[in-house]
Design a protein around this ligand. Structure first.
Ligand code: G3P
Ligand code: CA
Length: 275
């Protein structure tokens, strides 16, 4: 039965429109904005010289033409790499077909390493409201530095202290309750999202770590435990689901009336929502 929707479901482009363009690049985020995504998701890591860059994996091997750990490289090392050409190779390997994305090495900025600062500029210049869902990766390794740098950067853009949720344009997500705690201690009004790969027995009743208002369950949790989603909502939490790429999962999330759908295919979700 279709859930009577009381709210607008937010469509969040996971690593940008990353089905069509190389993840975490300006090319992918520009495409997501063009396609009409409400928000952009990104992962952040610290380089050895203290810059926050948008990279998912610990190492750059999968998504660039280089090798090595982000944490052991300086921003200048990363800037020398190409984060785009792998996407063309992947399309041929996985689907045996020409990708929609055309890699143009001459457009250096589109597929060079993306700093969080540059992504914030892109959002500021989008010409419409576009929100950002920023995930802290491996925050324990850096003992608070990721959150510290992140909040300093958000402060420069005037995004760290929204008056309320309606004004908030940025939220911080993490699988680490400790990371979210650090964020809330320094920026109490910034919304935080607790990401979950499975339902921990401690939180089965729909509670979240203290002060967190948004739950971020995996799509597998939604598929296998729809009653848990209802419990989260009854406990007053918003529900942001990741990563919703299959048509039947998109339909399920729409039917359940979740608050945000995080997807590599924002256009496909928007089509379902008639937007
Ligand atoms: O949006 C949350 C989701 O991105 C968490 O998983 O591995 O894609 O960062 P991952
Ligand atoms: Ca992520």
């Amino acid at each position: 039965m279709t859930h009577a929707r009381q709210h607008r479901i937010q469509v969040v482009a996971h690593r940008g429109a990353s089905d069509e363009a190389p993840e975490h690049t300006l090319a992918a985020y520009r495409k997501a904005i063009e396609e009409g995504a409400d928000a952009l998701e990104c992962d952040v890591r610290l380089t050895s010289d203290g810059h926050l860059v948008c990279v998912h994996d610990r190492r750059v091997n999968r998504t660039s033409n280089g090798r090595g750990a982000v944490s052991a490289m300086e921003l200048a090392d990363l800037a020398a790499l190409d984060f785009g050409s792998w996407k063309t190779r992947e399309a041929w390997r996985v689907r045996g077909e020409e990708p929609e994305y055309e890699h143009r090495p001459e457009d250096r900025e589109a597929t060079s390493v993306l700093t969080l600062e540059r992504l914030l500029e892109l959002v500021a210049d989008a010409g419409r409201r576009v929100e950002l869902a920023i995930e802290t990766k491996h925050p324990t390794r850096w003992a608070g530095q990721v959150e510290e740098r992140l909040l300093a950067l958000l402060k420069r853009f005037g995004l760290d202290a929204p008056a309320d949720d309606a004004e908030a344009r940025v939220r911080v997500m993490s699988f680490s309750a400790r990371s979210l705690h650090r964020v809330r201690a320094a920026a109490p009004t910034l919304p935080t999202v607790y990401l979950m790969q499975f339902v921990s027995p401690r939180l089965r009743d729909g509670r979240l770590p203290a002060g967190v208002r948004i739950a971020g369950p995996s799509v597998r949790i939604v598929r296998n435990h729809p009653a848990y989603i209802e419990r989260l909502r009854r406990a007053g939490h918003q529900v942001h689901v990741w990563t919703v790429n299959e048509p039947e999962d998109m339909d399920l999330c729409v039917d359940l009336g979740v608050d945000a759908i995080i997807t590599n295919r924002p256009r496909a979700v928007l089509d379902r929502l008639g937007r």
